[in-house]
Design a protein around this ligand. Structure first.
Ligand code: GLY
Length: 374
C-alpha cells in the first residue's frame, strides 16, 4: 500500500520538475501551486522531496534536479533575501544539509553551516530564545517565539556535530527548554506562540497566529511540537523532551476524528465544511515514527502510537492523497494554511506533501528525513 502511494508521488514530483524548471512552489488556492522564486519559508520542502525520491529509487533525475537548486539557495542566503525569520532551519536542512548528507558535497556543507550561523544570529540572549519573525527591533515580534521553531533546531544540532562548536548546541538546547516551559501546557496541549518582554525577558503571554483563538490548540502547532521535541530528545537525550513529545502525541491522538485526519484546530467547533489540515496529520505521522524509534518495546504508549500512525497514514493514502488525479501538482488534498486569516483553507501544502512522503519512505524502507546528524 505504501509503495503504490510512493510511486504515485514520485511521478508527480517528476511532472512538477519538468513542467516548472527552476521554479519553486508557493501556496495558493485552487488545488494547484503558484510557481515562483525562492522567497518564502517553504522552498526546502520541494528539494527535500527530490532527495527522498532519489534515495528511494536511486533515479539520478531527482538528484540532478535537487542539486540544480543549490546555487539558488546560496544566492538567497548570500543576499539575505526574505530571511528575517527562523525558518532558515526548514529551508537549509532540506536543501543544503540534505545534499551534504546524501552526496557528501562540501559546498552544500559550507552553505548549511552558513545558514546555521544566520539562524544563530536570531538568538536573543536577554530573553533566552531564538526570535521567530521580523527584525530585532520589531515592536510586535521582537520577543516572540513560535512552536514551529522546534523543526528549525536540527540545523543547529547538526552544525554542532559537524564543527564541535558548543554555541550551536547551547542555543538550540536553551530554546527547546524555553519552548517546553512556555509553549506546552499542563494537559499536553500547546500555544502556537508566546511573547516575552524584550527589555527584561519576563514571560508575558501565550497566543496564536494561525489557530482558532489565543489559548486554543492549532493542530499543526501541536504536530510541530510532537516531532520537534522528539528530535530535540534524539540530539540531547534530555528525558523531558521525550516525555513532552509523548504527552503532546497522546493529546493529539485522543482528539483524532473518525477518519484519523485532524481538523485545523482542536478547539474549533466542527460542523459541515470545517477545514481539515492533512499536513498536521502528515507531520504527526513522522513524529510518531520518530517516537516509535526512541521509546522501548515495552513502553505503555507503543500500541497507541502504532495504531494512530497506521490509521492516519491509511486514511491519508486512501482519502486525502491525489492518487486519483494524475495531473495534480500536490500529493495531499485538504491541507490548511491559515484558516482564520482566510488564506488557503483547503488546498495543497508543500510541507504536507513533504512529510507525507517522508512518512511513506520511512514506513516502506526506513529512509529518514534530513533532520539527523551526518
Ligand atoms: N511554519 C508555518 C506554518 O506551519 O504554517
Amino acid at each position: 500500500m505504501w509503495k503504490f502511494a510512493i510511486e504515485d508521488a514520485l511521478v508527480k514530483i517528476k511532472q512538477n520538475i519538468q513542467k516548472h524548471p527552476g521554479k519553486l512552489p508557493h501556496i495558493i488556492e485552487g488545488q494547484r501551486y503558484d510557481w515562483g522564486e525562492n522567497n518564502d519559508w517553504i522552498e526546502g520542502f520541494y528539494t527535500g522531496m527530490m532527495w527522498l525520491a532519489y534515495e528511494f529509487g536511486q533515479d539520478p533525475f531527482y538528484k540532478e534536479a535537487a542539486e540544480s537548486y543549490l546555487a539558488n539557495f546560496k544566492h538567497r542566503l548570500d543576499h539575505h533575501i526574505e530571511l528575517d525569520h527562523h525558518d532558515i532551519g526548514f529551508l537549509y536542512s532540506l536543501s543544503a544539509v540534505a545534499q551534504w548528507r546524501v552526496t557528501g558535497n562540501t559546498a552544500a556543507r559550507e552553505l548549511a553551516l552558513q545558514a546555521a550561523d544566520a539562524l544563530l544570529a536570531r538568538w536573543r540572549p536577554k530573553i533566552g530564545v531564538i526570535q521567530a519573525w521580523g527584525k530585532e527591533d520589531d515592536p510586535e515580534n521582537g520577543g516572540r517565539i513560535i512552536i514551529d521553531c522546534l523543526l528549525n533546531l536540527p540545523l543547529l544540532f547538526w552544525a554542532h556535530e559537524q564543527t564541535g562548536d558548543a554555541k550551536y548546541y547551547d542555543v538550540a538546547m536553551k530554546h527547546a527548554l524555553k519552548s517546553q516551559k512556555f509553549l506546552v501546557r499542563g494537559d499536553g496541549s500547546s500555544y502556537h506562540t508566546f511573547y516575552f518582554d524584550t527589555d527584561n525577558g519576563n514571560a508575558l503571554r501565550g497566543g496564536t497566529h494561525q489557530g482558532y483563538r489565543d489559548g486554543s490548540t492549532w493542530t499543526r502547532g501541536q504536530a510541530w511540537g510532537i516531532y520537534g521535541f522528539a528530535l530535540a530528545y534524539r540530539y540531547t537525550k534530555h528525558a523531558d523532551f521525550l516525555s513532552t513529545s509523548k504527552r503532546m502525541a497522546r493529546y493529539f491522538i485522543d482528539r483524532l476524528p473518525e477518519d484519523a485526519v485532524v481538523y485545523w484546530d482542536f478547539d474549533v467547533p466542527v460542523e459541515d465544511g470545517t477545514p481539515r489540515d492533512s499536513s498536521a496529520s502528515a507531520i504527526t505521522a513522522c513524529g510518531l515514527l520518530e517516537l516509535l524509534e526512541l521509546i522501548g518495546n515495552s513502553d505503555p504508549d507503543r500500541a497507541l502510537f502504532e495504531d494512530a500512525l497506521n490509521r492516519s497514514m491509511k486514511s491519508l493514502v486512501e482519502r486525502y492523497a491525489t492518487t486519483d488525479l494524475p495531473d495534480a501538482e500536490g500529493l495531499l488534498k485538504h491541507g490548511s494554511y491559515h484558516v482564520r486569516g482566510d488564506r488557503a483553507p483547503d488546498d495543497y501544502m508543500i510541507w504536507g506533501d513533504y512529510y507525507y512522503l517522508e512518512a511513506l519512505v520511512r514506513l516502506e524502507r526506513g529512509i529518514k528525513g534530513y533532520w539527523y546528524e551526518t
